[in-house]
Design a binder for this molecule. Structure first.
Ligand SMILES: NC(=O)c1ccc[n+]([C@@H]2O[C@H](COP(=O)([O-])OP(=O)(O)OC[C@H]3O[C@@H](n4cnc5c(N)ncnc54)[C@H](OP(=O)(O)O)[C@@H]3O)[C@@H](O)[C@H]2O)c1
Length: 329
């Protein structure tokens, strides 16, 4: 099995989880880290035992010692950083959301196509065992036709007012930060085209949504209810409602490690589906498999899925009145 050599772009919070997972993934090698600061790169590299450390993203992009780059910078930088890597022939796994709007994502996909490199949004949850099992159960028809989903991802980061998640120039706001999980979860389950969108948001002091509630009505009548927030805690379980029963996730809805299947008139069944490691290994395995097979995208997290979610987020932002400097049209 060919080893895929990975480099991380940005030595921040989520990069740590990726580094841990990459070290734990068979067939993957965490070869390099790139930071804007050499000192930060060295500290990160020492901590995770990474041999090659770069004090600029450009230097790692130009280096031929990696096959793939994981983009772990703020959302507003996924497009420029991803394109930099792809233009240097590297496969790219970019953190969610893939970009801040559809036109940025289009540029990324153009770069992936022109450079003939693999590109995937790091929607890690889609390839975790719990999500795969949950989708298989729904597909089997046990709960009947899906009539809707309910998901809420809400957290309180009032102690970090300077975080990039509050800044419009970085694609701030709860919708892009975590609402993307609720929209993804819904899209895996309610597949008919979206007929109409309703949304309300509380706009915070910096002009981004700090609490956002969305209803998606589908052409087959199904309705999804999705909530995100960044200055407010709410329980994080999710539901899939079917004509014959429902599924309730015990922990986070988008990557459940435990969920209950309730069929009306029967005893509920509990499913436990632990991660391979910290939850990120599965997306590294999926990327590695695709790269080895010469595929330019994953069948499980295809480009079209990122395009669909990005377009929904553009539309929702228009409804609630959140605009980024990158929104040129
Ligand atoms: N999949 C998940 O579960 C998950 C969880 C959390 C976050 N994320 C995603 O991961 C991305 C990064 O989030 P994070 O929480 O890791 O953020 P973070 O801790 O702030 O790290 C981001 C890193 O980006 C680099 N960076 C480059 N330009 C920057 C700028 N102008 N301002 C701030 N940082 C800059 C910095 O690394 P250097 O200084 O080393 O260059 C920084 O450490 C976001 O898109 C977020 O949505 C995903």
């Amino acid at each position: 099995m060919r080893t895929i050599r990975w480099g991380i772009v940005g030595a921040g919070g989520i990069a740590e989880r990726f580094a841990q997972a990459c070290k734990n993934t068979p067939g993957a090698e965490l070869t390099a880290i790139a930071s804007r600061s050499q000192e930060k790169a060295d500290t990160f590299a020492d901590r995770f035992g990474i041999e090659n450390r770069f004090g600029s993203y450009e230097d790692m992009a130009r280096w031929d010692g990696i096959d793939a780059a994981y983009i772990a910078t703020p959302h507003g930088l996924h497009a420029p950083n991803g394109i930099l890597m792809m233009n240097c022939g590297k496969a790219v796994l970019t953190e969610k959301p893939a970009a801040v709007n559809s036109s940025e994502l289009k540029k990324m996909l153009k770069s992936a196509a022109e450079n003939k490199v693999f590109f995937m949004e790091a929607m890690w949850a889609r390839v975790t065992p719990g999500t795969i099992k949950l989708l298989e159960i729904v597909e089997s028809g046990v709960i009947g036709r899906v009539k809707g989903t309910q998901a809420s991802f809400c957290y309180d980061m009032s102690d970090e007012p300077d975080h990039h998640a509050f800044k419009p120039e970085y694609g701030g706001g709860s919708l892009l930060d975590v609402g993307c999980y609720g929209l993804s979860f819904a899209s895996w389950l309610t597949k008919a085209p979206v007929e109409s969108i309703s949304a309300e948001a509380e706009i915070g002091a910096t002009g981004v949504d700090v609490h956002c509630c969305v209803l998606l009505k589908h052409e087959d009548g199904a309705i999804d209810s999705i909530t995100s927030a960044m200055l407010l805690e709410k329980p994080g379980e999710g539901y899939v409602f079917g004509e014959k029963g429902y599924i309730k996730t015990v922990d986070r809805f988008y990557a459940p490690q435990e969920f209950e299947v309730h069929v009306f008139g029967e005893e509920p069944k509990t499913y436990k589906c632990p991660f391979y490691g910290n939850g990120f290994e599965e997306q590294i395995m999926e990327s590695n498999r695709c790269i080895r097979e010469g595929k330019l995208q994953s069948d499980l997290i295809p480009h079209s899925q990122s395009v669909k979610i990005m377009k929904l987020m553009d539309d929702i932002r228009k409804i609630v009145g959140v605009r980024y400097p990158q929104d040129i049209d």
